[in-house]
Ligand binder design. Structure first.
Ligand code: PLP
Length: 367
């Protein structure tokens, strides 16, 4: 079976380095926000070409605390994409604000700026673009809309650490960037972890206070905070993995290039990922668009190839968001994507032979 993702092969290469890092934390006895968290914040902020990094418990919390730091809540509207992982919108709902879903661009699957502009009202407080599959959204257009209306921009960069838009790294363009270190992400911990990166020192301070129960000094609380800290053992693991990240990103990009070539030569009715000329795509996923998607996925499964659908049902049609009153046909581009996308195995250790086997199975299906 060719898995969609192979964490085990990667761990085997890192086993000794990780053991040393973990032993260091255990010997130090500093388990919450120790030196490793501080060092990781500096290193990740540098990698994202951002001034500050604030480690939190997960990517979801990075979004949740960012919304709180920007004072977004009851009565506010936040514009976002329906074609994303549910956490993007859930955190908006938990803040008390209302998620406003608008349609996506058919080629990149990211927010369509024209649709964002059309959805701005007097209640709009923020825009949350998602850099889906590792390709940045059209940030110049989104920042221009935000600037015009005085809105905050929270980048959901959970899938896009190290991606670039016109030479700028994902997460460094909006007011804050939210990263996830969930194990399957391009930089993955061995448990939950996340970070907010920002160039705004005031927001960075606010996030630091929010993650530790709303107080700078222990037992003195200025604001209503959270308990959301990046675990120190995870920080030590992430520091080891960060040293390898660039090499892994390049391996993903090479694998994507090989898929593009193999699929183009195969002549199957497959739309390969569209990549904007002004971005660096980091291929968190390699996602194709195909006719008879479900039957192809079934065929590949039988041929020993794992695939995934990110995401089968856009958020505006989820039972959870029935109260928004949106029905089928409301956001047709996102809905079509939900019916047609299929993500193929993608990880740095994927071999050329495996990719040939995967593409041969795709070709066999359409023949
Ligand atoms: C993974 C992910 C999140 C949530 O991150 P967690 O660390 O799992 O909480 C949010 N948004 C997107 C787009 C994601 O892919």
């Amino acid at each position: 079976m060719i898995p969609i993702l192979d964490l085990k092969t990667q761990y085997e290469q890192l086993r000794d380095e990780i053991a040393v890092a973990l032993q260091g934390v255990l010997d130090s006895g500093a388990f919450v926000l120790g030196p490793d968290v501080k060092a990781l914040e500096r290193e990740v902020a540098d990698y994202c070409r951002c001034q500050h990094g604030v480690g939190v418990a997960s990517g979801t919390d990075a979004l949740r605390l960012s919304l709180a730091a920007l004072d977004i809540g009851q009565g506010d509207e936040v514009i976002t994409t329906p074609f994303t992982f549910v956490a993007t919108a859930n955190t908006i709902s938990h803040s008390g604000a209302r998620p406003v879903f608008v349609d996506i661009d058919a080629d990149t699957y990211n927010l369509n700026p024209a649709a964002v502009a059309a959805a701005v009202t007097s209640r709009t407080k923020a825009i949350v673009p998602v850099h889906l599959y590792g390709q940045p959204a059209d940030m110049d257009a989104i920042m221009a809309i935000a600037g015009q209306h005085g809105l905050a921009v929270i980048e959901d960069a959970a899938q896009a650490i190290g991606a670039e838009y016109k030479g700028r790294r994902a997460g460094s363009i909006g007011h804050v960037g939210c990263l996830s270190f969930y194990p399957t992400k391009n930089l993955g911990a061995y448990g939950d972890a996340g970070m907010v990166v920002t160039n705004d020192p005031v927001l960075s301070d606010k996030l630091d206070v929010l993650r530790r129960q709303g107080g700078k000094t222990k037992y003195f609380h200025e604001v209503l905070g959270f308990n959301s800290r990046l675990d120190t053992l995870q920080a030590a693991i992430l520091r080891v993995k960060l040293r390898h990240l660039e090499r892994w990103q390049e391996a993903r990009r090479e694998a994507a290039c090989r898929y593009d070539g193999l699929l183009a030569a195969a002549g199957a009715p497959v739309t390969t990922p569209y990549v904007r000329p002004d971005v660096r795509h980091v291929y968190h996923q390699y996602t194709i668009r195909v006719p008879q998607r479900d039957a192809l996925a079934e065929h590949l499964q039988q041929r020993g190839v794992s695939t995934m659908i990110y995401y089968p049902l856009p958020l505006h049609l989820q039972g959870l968001y029935r109260n928004l009153g949106m029905t089928e046909g409301a956001l047709p581009i996102a809905e079509a994507a939900g019916r047609e996308v299929l993500s193929l195995p993608m990880y740095p250790e994927l071999t050329e032979a495996q990719q040939e086997e995967i593409v041969a199975a795709v070709v066999e299906f359409y023949r």
